[in-house]
Design a binder for this molecule. Structure first.
Ligand SMILES: N[C@@H](CCC(=O)N[C@@H](CS)C(=O)NCC(=O)O)C(=O)O
Length: 218
């Protein structure tokens, strides 16, 4: 049995949840599991992050490693193409989005969402680096209608959770959406949001986010 641990606001948790739901793999979930640097949590997740997946008592961390495990273990309803080059292109898209877009704007999150201001240097470094990430993403994103071509893949699970954060963070920090110039993006995200698995993850995220804001206001 599989158990996914994390919380519904986490983009990386939601990426894995989307893959599980789209693949139709049965799983349990602990959605009250928060990142922590406490020893007890680090014993389960050595980076102190979410998500992690429990597979028959064995713990697996890192969303991409988890998604690739799911592909290998549950090949029905694949989210990676068969051809090696096409598989690599999906992974390339995910690397561009995660390493060169989401992780870049993540440097602003403390300042934007938790009142821990970032420096002017961070502000300008992020502005420079996100432009590179967006350039790379635009060079490979197909929108035909999915990111990697005609089939839904893990790249779409990643895009759905990460790209709205890139838009939100850059709007807040710079007054303009770094993804504004990608005309296909809004209709693409809307199309994904109509799929039952994506609608469910989005709805649960909104509920969890509203609860989080309500707790923070208290
Ligand atoms: N590379 C990791 C990133 C996971 C990640 O950054 N998760 C965030 C929540 S969205 C987290 O746990 N942050 C707490 C921390 O970094 O200490 C993955 O793909 O699973």
């Amino acid at each position: 049995m599989l158990k996914l641990c994390g919380f519904h606001v986490s983009n990386y948790h939601n990426k894995v949840r989307l893959a599980l739901l789209e693949k139709g793999v049965a799983f349990e979930e602990d959605s009250n599991c928060l990142p922590s640097q406490k020893d007890e949590y680090l014993a389960r997740s050595p980076m102190g992050k979410v998500p992690y997946l429990v597979v028959d008592g064995v713990l697996l961390r890192e969303s991409q490693a988890i998604c690739e495990f799911l592909e290998d273990a549950y090949p029905q309803k694949p989210l990676l193409p068969v051809a090696p080059l096409a598989r690599a292109q999906v992974r390339e898209l995910i690397a561009f989005m995660e390493l060169h877009m989401e992780l870049v704007v993540r440097r602003l999150y403390g300042g934007l969402f938790s009142g821990k201001p970032y420096s002017d240097e961070t502000r300008s470094d992020v502005e420079r680096d996100i432009a590179k990430g967006v350039r790379a993403f635009k060079a490979v994103a197909k929108f035909e209608p999915y990111l990697a071509g005609q089939e839904l893949t893990l790249a779409d699970c990643a895009a759905f959770v990460h790209l709205p954060l890139v838009s939100m963070a850059t709007k807040l920090a710079y007054g303009g959406d770094a993804l504004e110039g990608i005309a296909q993006l809004k209709p693409y995200l809307k199309m994904l949001a109509e799929r039952p698995a994506f609608a469910r993850v989005n709805e649960d995220r909104k509920i969890a986010q509203a609860a989080m804001y309500a707790r923070a206001k208290k």
